[in-house]
Write a protein that binds this ligand. Sequence first.
Ligand code: ASP
Length: 412
Amino acid sequence: MKLPSLNLQILLGAIFGVAIGLYFHSMGAENNVVQSGLYASGLVGTLFIDLLKMILIPLVFCSIAVGIANLRQHQQMHRVWVTTLIFFISSMAIAIGLALIAGNYFKPGAGLHLAMFEHAMQNFEAKQLPMPEFFAQFLHGLFVNPFTALSQGNVLAVVTFALILGITLVMGGERYKNILALLQEGLEVTMQIVGWVMRLAPLGIMALLIKLVAVQDVAMLSTLAKFVAVVVGTTLLHGVVILPLILYLFTGKSPLWFWRGAREALVTAFATSSSSATLPVTLRCATQHLKVKPEIAGFVIPLGATINMDGTALYEAAAALFIANLVGIELSFAQQLIVFFTAMIAAMGAPGIPSAGMVTMVMVLQSVGLPAEAIAILLPIDRLLDTLRTTVNVEGDMVGSLVVQKLIHNKG
Ligand code: ASP
């Protein structure tokens, strides 16, 4: 019997995952079948993420170094670099703008009071994260001994070293052609392994979704329904309307074409809530399905997975307004401007792992004097919201690679 295509299998895996998760949820956590089911899905889901993480670091290292080195001329490298950063910053700015507009209009949290959540906040102590310290930490984390970074799976530091290595290879030209050839083959080999890991994707994604849906805290979700609706609505608006529109305006590509090619990565991002774990799949979709040149994708996608987070930026701003409403503080225009900038920095600094945005959000709240402990209210619903924002984070990276490719091509 012929199996359906991998894309279809992944989609079916996701649908079954949600359905079985809902069924388990309705049966209750004490049920024996549910407990064994959750144990099995925990095993399979973790195995899938472990496999992606196993290949992640060699892949990022080779793809960035090779990507940069293949840009060859110095001028072209400069253009890709600048265009990519402008794209990342602009798309995150639009996302935050949407969150602020929606937050001011719908005012989620107004009518609720901080005191209602005392129980949630009782045992929670927010770690201080003042902006200067955060910045110093971020800068400090960029330059690390590459062997330490590689062995510890430190994505940001690996990205930085690979960038420097790539630039050196461009400068050295012929002299370092053997190293470049080695890295190039390394990239091909790792992509081959990603292809094998993806065979497990339908099962892995199903397992992750079963677990996620089965253990949701529904009570908190309904108390915060308005906030959840605003976040989900604006995130969807950004992912379904704004990003595809940007793609269409710059490249003329239709949203359907894009979604067909990007589907594997989007579903993986949804199920894993981790841009980093999804990165191997994102690169595969960009180069193989969306036909982005490896030298552009190899640079834009790994960099994007670490710093370009539209969904996270949007969420951080929306949450700040929500907490201000809870506390009963009306944020002035100047304060909202501060939220705008800190949300962008906080999103850029958040690593691509589940709930990372919640950690860096402390900085956004502190920047306008809001109580960081209020994050405890959002923690129980975070894993659920994280699914969607990670999907949009990953979508932004793929749209970015297509737009950058088009802009470079037009000028080149
Ligand atoms: N989970 C997100 C990501 O990996 C980061 C976040 O928590 O917002 O992209």
